[in-house]
Design a protein around this ligand. Structure first.
Ligand code: ASP
Length: 350
């Protein structure tokens, strides 16, 4: 099937829009806020490879005729296991040097959802969120209760050393130093949020699902819960639309971002590219927030808006080919247009 290009450019910020013929579609992200100057070539290569692997894992499920929730789960477990991303292994630390991970999954066909927040020893929080969806009458479990449920379900847990990476630890030390000096973080995008993972999928039956997993924001207060596990804020799916967000979570919660996008699509009949751009590139920056999202409709239209310098992202086109991209001005070599450069992107330099 040929990938048909539908490209819309919105002033100042970018949004890519693609249309696929009916068939399975998968879109993933590995977080917004990446800067070129923080990306040595070897790291960039490893991230592109990890995104590709996550796409392949999710797409294998879709091609086998499995439901979109299986594809979302498969892609996200790959990214959670990879210490390059801020989810599962490699999660950022709280102000106190502890780990508190959040995750959510939503099945757009049944409108069932499951989420977990502030779990510290669950290897794959997305699997626990899915178990909440499938094996409890609840939508959200937090902290010790969520961990006890993981134990009861036989979901793998791990010691703090498993999750800890030196890079995340140093990221916290930098933030603590800036806190102590009582001056704002030198570069909020780089220090605060980076590497959350998300996936949205459309299966062969035309059913959508969305999922998101994160360690949250570096140096967050212990007990802080972000948007990712809040249904409607960082994660949402219904019959016509699926969204996973990444960025400064408080703004996604205050705009109920994922639901706001889907409401525009399913109730106002707005094209998904415009709906996603309005929320991500207008409403959130207008309040002082930043970030991006992946959005997918039931016709296979994709939108990937972001208002940061870059966003780790990938998608499988109608021909089953994986694409990955990082920066705002990037051409992935397919001839398809990618999001326009965010303001100042050129200035960030390689
Ligand atoms: N949205 C996440 C949070 O606020 C962070 C991120 O996406 O990077 O917890």
């Amino acid at each position: 099937m040929k990938l048909r290009r539908l490209w819309s450019l919105f002033a100042a910020c970018g949004v890519a829009a693609y249309a696929h013929a009916a068939g399975p579609v998968l879109v993933i992200h590995g977080g917004a806020g990446v800067l070129r100057r923080d990306m040595p070539p070897a790291r960039e290569k490893a991230i592109r490879a990890a995104l590709t692997q996550a796409l392949e894992a999710g797409y294998a499920e879709l091609k086998a005729g499995k439901p979109s929730v299986d594809a979302v789960t498969a892609s996200l477990t790959v990214l959670e296991d990879d210490p390059l991303f801020n989810a599962g292994r490699g999660s950022v630390f709280t102000h106190d040097g502890t780990l508190e991970m959040d995750a959510a999954i939503m099945d757009g066909y049944t409108l069932r959802a499951g989420s977990v927040a502030a779990v510290s020893d669950v290897k794959n929080p997305i699997l626990l969120a899915r178990a909440v969806m499938e094996h409890t009458p609840h939508v959200m479990l937090v902290g010790a209760g969520a961990e006890a449920f993981a134990q009861a379900q036989g979901i793998a847990r791990a010691k703090p050393e498993y999750f800890r990476t030196e890079e995340r630890w140093q990221q916290l030390q930098r933030a603590l130093k800036e806190d102590a000096a009582d001056h704002p973080h030198a570069d909020d995008d780089a220090v605060r949020h980076f590497g959350t993972v998300g996936a949205v999928a459309l299966d062969v039956h035309g059913h959508l699902a969305a999922g998101t997993s994160t360690g949250g924001m570096n140096d967050k207060m212990p007990g802080r819960v972000g948007d990712s596990p809040i249904i409607g804020a960082g994660t949402y799916a219904n019959a016509g639309c699926a969204v996973s967000g990444t960025g400064w979570g408080e703004f996604y919660m205050r705009t109920v971002a994922a639901h706001a996008i889907c409401t525009r699509v399913t109730q106002l009949r707005m094209p998904i590219a415009r709906a996603a751009a309005e929320v991500i590139n207008q409403d959130i920056p207008a309040m002082g927030g930043s970030g991006g999202a992946i959005a997918l409709d039931d016709q296979g239209h994709i939108a990937i808006p972001f208002n940061t310098h870059g966003m780790f992202r990938g998608w499988i086109d109608g021909a089953g080919k994986p694409h990955v991209a990082i920066y705002g001005d990037e051409d992935d070599g397919t001839g398809e247009l990618l999001p326009a450069p965010a303001p100042d992107d050129a200035a960030s330099g390689p």
